[in-house]
Design a protein around this ligand. Structure first.
Ligand SMILES: C[S@@+](CC[C@H](N)C(=O)[O-])C[C@H]1O[C@@H](n2cnc3c(N)ncnc32)[C@H](O)[C@@H]1O
Length: 310
C-alpha cells in the first residue's frame, strides 16, 4: 500500500477520475446517485442564496454542485488533496478551494452558515473535524453530513473491491509480466523465455478470473497487458515496463483508497462521539439516523445533523 491517504487520493484525482468522472466514488456505485442528489437538494433549497457553505473533504465538489445548482454562490471546499482542489476549481472557478485536512482547515471562526460533508470529514479525525466544524459555524449555522457507516452497502462493495485489488497485486501478475516482456524483448534465450512464460501462466489465470468477475482495474491490467504483448514489436521495452509500473501504482493507490474508506466508516459509537463533539461545540444535534436508499432500502450512510440554536 502507498504511504499516505493523501497520495492515494492524489493518484486518484490526477488520474482517470479527474479526466473522466470528477467524482470520488466511481466504482462504488454512488457517484451519480440520484437519491443522494435529492438528499442534498431537499436540504439546500430552503437556504438563502447568500448562505456561506463549506464542503469538508469536498473532492471535486459533489456537494458544492448541488448548492451551486440552486444558486448559492458563497461556496468553499476543503480537501487534503491538492489535485482534488484543482479539479474542483477547474469545474467551479468561483468556489474557494482550500488544501487542508478536514480537522485542521485553519479557516476563521464563525465564517460559515453551513458546513456540509459527503463521505468526507470522517477521513480525518472525525471528532476533531466535528469540533472544528462547530467552531466554523456562525450564529444559526448548521452542520450536515452524510458519512460512511460500517454496515453500509458501500462498505460491503468497498471491501470486495479492495479484496480484488489485493488479490491482483498478490498474484504476482505484474512482476511475472515484466519478466516475460523482458525475456521476449531483450533477446533472452528460449530457455529463459519458457521459464518466464511458465511463471506468468498462473498469475495470468488468476487475474483473468478476477477481471471477468470484477472488471475495473483488473480487466484494464489484463487486457492492456494482452494488447501490449500482441503489439510488442511496436513498443520499446521501457514503455511496456513503464505502463506496468503505472498500473502497479494505480492498483496500489486504489487498494489504499478502499482501505481508507473502510477505516473511515463510523461505527455507531464513533458516530455518537461525533454528535457529542458537535454538541460540545455549542450545536444542538438531531437524533442520529441512517440514510437508507429510498428505492432499495440499503444503508447508504449516517446522517449527522446539528444546528446552532442561538
Ligand atoms: C470518498 S471521497 C469523497 C469526496 C466528495 N465529498 C464526494 O462525495 O465526491 C473522500 C475525499 O476525502 C479526501 N480526504 C481524505 N482524507 C482527508 C482529510 N484528512 N481531510 C480532508 N480531506 C480528506 C480525499 O482526497 C477525497 O477527496
Amino acid at each position: 500500500m502507498s504511504d499516505t491517504i493523501e497520495q492515494d487520493w492524489g493518484n486518484y484525482w490526477q488520474g482517470r477520475a479527474a479526466s473522466e468522472a470528477g467524482t470520488a466514488l466511481v466504482g462504488v456505485g454512488v457517484e451519480t446517485n440520484a437519491e443522494i442528489a435529492a438528499f442534498w437538494t431537499a436540504r439546500f433549497e430552503t437556504l438563502p442564496k447568500t448562505a456561506r457553505l463549506l464542503d469538508l473533504a469536498c473532492g471535486a465538489g459533489s456537494v458544492v454542485r448541488h448548492a451551486a445548482a440552486l444558486g448559492l454562490t458563497e461556496l468553499t471546499g476543503v480537501d487534503i488533496s491538492k489535485d482534488a482542489i484543482a479539479t474542483l476549481k477547474s469545474e467551479f472557478p468561483t468556489v474557494t478551494g482550500v488544501v487542508a485536512s478536514a480537522d485542521a482547515s485553519g479557516l476563521p471562526r464563525g465564517s460559515f452558515d453551513v458546513v456540509a460533508s459527503q463521505f468526507g470529514f470522517e477521513y480525518a479525525d472525525a471528532v476533531k473535524a466535528a469540533a472544528d466544524a462547530a467552531r466554523l459555524l456562525g450564529t444559526g449555522g448548521q452542520f450536515l453530513a452524510l458519512a460512511h457507516s460500517a454496515d453500509s452497502a458501500i462498505e460491503a462493495e468497498v471491501s470486495g473491491l479492495g479484496g480484488d485489488a489485493k488479490a491482483v497485486l498478490d498474484s504476482g501478475f505484474i512482476s511475472a509480466a515484466r519478466d516475460l516482456f523482458f525475456a521476449d524483448m531483450s533477446g533472452s534465450s528460449d530457455a529463459v523465455f519458457q521459464t518466464a512464460a511458465q511463471a506468468f501462466a498462473g498469475p495470468q489465470a488468476q487475474v483473468l478470473t478476477i477481471a471477468k468477475k470484477a472488471g475495473g482495474l483488473a480487466a484494464h491490467l489484463y487486457q492492456g497487458t494482452q494488447t501490449l504483448y500482441q503489439q510488442r514489436k511496436r513498443y520499446h521495452l521501457e514503455d511496456v515496463l513503464g505502463w506496468l509500473g503505472g498500473m502497479e501504482a494505480e492498483i496500489t493507490a486504489f487498494l489504499g483508497r478502499m482501505d481508507s474508506m473502510q477505516a473511515a466508516a463510523l461505527s455507531e459509537a464513533q458516530a455518537k462521539a461525533v454528535v457529542q463533539a458537535l454538541e460540545k461545540g455549542g450545536l444542538t444535534a438531531q437524533p442520529l439516523e441512517k440514510f437508507l436508499s429510498p428505492s432499495t432500502g440499503d444503508v447508504i450512510g449516517w446522517i449527522i445533523s446539528a444546528t446552532d440554536k442561538n
